[in-house]
Design a protein around this ligand. Structure first.
Ligand code: FAD
Length: 436
C-alpha cells in the first residue's frame, strides 16, 4: 500500500488569510493543502479595506485582480454622531504620514474571497472546498494530522485560518473574550442610499450613537452596505426580534433616516456576533494561527482583513524558513512576538474608539494637525511598522485622553441615545429579494 501523501503545510480555511498564506508558500515551491468547509462564492461581511490592505494585495500580486472586480474608492472616514448637533468630522488618507498608499477601496467579499481562493489554486495549492476539519488528532512539530469529512490528511505544519470558527483556539481552550467588547452586528446591502458629496465623498461613514454605531460602506457604483453594531447592554435587553433591529435602529437615527430615505433593500437584516477575542499563544507545536482564527477585533476601524493578510505573510514566511532548516522554536517565538505586538496595538486602537475622552478629542475644533495625521496613519492600517514620529504622536494622543478624563481640555461630546429617540416616519426600505 502506498504511504499517504504528506503535505508541507495544511491550511484550514480558504478565506483571505488562508488563501494569502497558501499563495506565498505554494509560490515558494511547498506542497500545500487548503481545506474549507464552505463552497465559493459565499457571503462574508467585512467589506471595507485600508491603504495598508492595498499594499498587502499588491505584494501578493493580486491588486489588479481586486481592482478589476466591482468596488468603490475609499478616500477616508467620515465620523458623525447620528444627529446634527456636532456635524461630521473627516479623516482623509491623503494625510497619512510616509509614502504609503493614500486611498483604499471597498468591495463585496463574495467577489474578493473567490478571487483569493482561485489565486491560491493558481499558485499551485491543492484547494478543496466542502471539506470540514472535524478533529486534530496529531499536532507536533513536523507531524500533523487532520481528520475531516473526507478522511485524514497529513502534513508537516498546520496553519489555522478558520476565521471565527477558531478551530485550534477552541480545541486547545485558548480563546479569551474581551471584557467589554461583546457587540452584535445587524446588517444588509441596499440600493439608492444617498452618497454625500464634498468632504464626505468616497468616505466610509461611521455614525456613533450611545448604544452602538453604524457603518455605511459604498460597495460599488450603486450598492451600499449598512450595519448597526449594538453594544452588549442594548442587544441583550432590546425587545425587538434580531432580524428587525437594523430597521429599528435606522428609524430612530436622523442621519441614517436622511441617507436612507429612498433606500431599497431587504426588510429583514442579517446578524453576526461581534465579540472581540484573542487566542494566544498564536503558535504552538506544529501550528500557527492567523486572521480571525487568531484574534477577532471589533470592526470599527476596518482592521480585520489587513491584520489577516499581514499575519498570513508572517506565518507563511515561518513555514518557508522551516523548510530551509530554521528551527521551529525560533519561528514560533517570532510569530508569537509579532502577533502579540500587532494585536496589542490594534486592540488599543479599537478600545480608544469606545473611550468617550478619545471621542471628545476626535470632535475637538482645536485638534492639532500633527496628532490628527498620526491617528489617520494608524487608521490607514500602518500598524506593523510604525515610524518613530508617528508612535510618539500616538503616545501624546493617549496622554491627552488621560488628561481629558480628569481635566477636560476640550468640550464633551455625547452621542444621542437611540433608545430614547422616537421613530420618525418609517424609512423607505422597500422589501426586495435578500442580497447575494
Ligand atoms: C460585523 C463585521 C464587520 C466587519 N467589517 C470589516 C471591515 O469593514 N473591514 C475588514 O477588514 N474586516 C472587517 N471585519 C472582519 C473581517 O470580516 C475578518 O477579519 C476577515 O473575514 C477574516 O478573514 P479570515 O480569512 O481570517 O477568515 P474568514 O474570511 O472567516 O475565512 C475562514 C474560512 O474558514 C473556513 N472554516 C471554518 N471552519 C472550518 C473547518 N472546521 N474546516 C474547514 N474550513 C473551515 C470557513 O468556511 C471560511 O471560509 C468585519 C467583521 C464583522 C463581524
Amino acid at each position: 500500500m502506498l504511504p499517504s501523501r504528506k503535505y508541507d503545510c495544511i491550511v484550514i480555511g480558504a478565506g483571505p488569510a488562508g488563501s494569502a498564506a497558501a499563495m506565498e508558500m505554494a509560490r515558494a515551491g511547498l506542497d500545500i493543502l487548503v481545506l474549507d468547509r464552505g463552497e465559493f462564492p459565499r457571503f462574508r461581511i467585512g467589506e471595507s479595506f485600508l491603504p495598508r490592505t492595498k499594499r498587502a494585495f499588491r505584494r501578493l500580486g493580486v491588486l489588479d485582480k481586486c481592482l478589476a472586480l466591482p468596488h468603490a474608492r475609499k478616500l477616508g472616514v467620515e465620523i458623525s454622531l447620528g444627529d446634527a448637533r456636532h456635524g461630521s468630522q473627516y479623516f482623509h488618507f491623503r494625510d497619512v504620514y510616509g509614502d504609503g498608499d493614500k486611498e483604499a477601496f471597498n468591495m463585496a467579499r463574495m467577489h474578493l474571497d473567490q478571487m483569493m481562493m482561485e489565486s491560491a489554486r493558481e499558485a499551485g495549492a491543492d484547494v478543496r472546498t466542502s471539506c470540514a476539519i472535524e478533529q486534530l488528532p496529531r499536532l507536533e512539530d513536523g507531524n500533523v494530522t487532520v481528520r475531516t469529512t473526507h478522511g485524514e490528511f497529513h502534513g508537516r505544519w498546520l496553519i489555522d485560518a478558520s476565521g471565527q470558527a477558531s478551530t485550534i483556539g477552541k480545541e486547545l481552550g485558548q480563546r479569551r473574550f474581551h471584557s467589554f467588547l461583546r457587540n452584535v452586528a445587524y446588517f444588509e446591502h441596499f440600493e439608492h442610499v444617498v452618497r454625500p458629496s464634498g468632504r464626505g465623498q468616497n468616505c466610509f461613514a461611521l455614525t456613533i450613537a450611545d448604544e452602538g454605531w453604524f457603518w455605511l460602506i459604498p460597495l460599488d457604483a450603486t450598492r451600499t452596505s449598512i450595519g448597526f453594531v449594538a453594544r452588549e447592554t442594548l442587544h441583550r435587553n432590546l425587545d425587538v426580534p434580531s432580524e428587525d433591529r437594523l430597521r429599528w435602529a435606522i428609524s430612530r437615527t436622523p442621519m441614517l433616516r436622511e441617507r436612507m430615505a429612498n433606500a431599497i433593500g431587504p426588510e429583514k437584516n442579517r446578524v453576526i456576533s461581534d465579540f472581540t477575542y484573542r487566542c494566544d499563544p498564536f503558535a504552538g507545536p506544529g501550528h500557527f494561527l492567523i486572521g480571525d482564527a487568531a484574534a477577532f477585533l471589533d470592526p470599527v476601524w476596518s482592521t480585520g482583513l489587513t491584520l489577516g493578510l499581514l499575519a498570513a505573510e508572517q506565518a507563511a514566511g515561518s513555514v518557508i524558513r522551516m523548510s530551509r532548516n530554521s528551527s521551529p522554536a525560533t519561528e514560533r517565538a517570532r510569530h508569537n512576538a509579532w502577533m502579540k505586538r500587532i494585536t496589542d496595538r490594534a486592540f488599543r486602537l479599537v478600545e480608544g474608539f469606545y473611550d468617550p475622552n478619545f471621542r471628545d478629542l476626535l470632535f475637538s475644533r482645536n485638534r492639532t494637525k500633527q496628532l490628527e495625521r498620526a491617528f489617520v496613519t494608524l487608521l490607514a492600517g500602518e500598524i506593523d511598522d510604525i515610524p518613530f514620529g508617528v508612535g510618539l504622536r500616538c503616545q501624546a494622543l493617549r496622554g491627552l485622553c488621560a488628561v481629558q478624563r480628569v481635566w477636560p481640555v476640550t468640550g464633551r461630546v455625547r452621542p444621542f441615545r437611540i433608545a430614547l429617540s422616537s421613530p420618525d416616519a418609517p424609512t423607505a426600505i422597500v422589501s426586495s429579494a435578500p442580497s447575494a
